[in-house]
Design a protein around this ligand. Sequence first.
Ligand SMILES: [Fe+2]
Length: 115
Amino acid sequence: MVNRLASLLKQALEGEPDEAAITAEAEAWIAHTRLHFKRENELMLEYGFPAYPVHSGEHERVLALLEERYQAWMTNHSAEPFAAFLFEDWKDWFEAHVNTMDNITAQFIIQRGGA
Ligand SMILES: [Fe+2]
């Protein structure tokens, strides 16, 4: 999903923007991310993960950032800042988040017999 959006943004940076497709992919990506975070939050609550406020707070923070970038795209249809966000900020955040918070949370849940 992120890769599809990335290809569309690269295409836009090369001078052939498909704005409707970028908007559709961005909307699908945000909806998917929101659902994914919701599922993680529910699992943390179900298993009593102690750092729930920190981890779910991070989901909330980054969702707000995604929404902000999407709104900026809808306002100016400028591919450069959207691409910079996706290729730099999001990529770095995602890798760090999976390797730290998601990893620790998964280990906690597995230790308590969860999947
Ligand atoms: Fe997470």
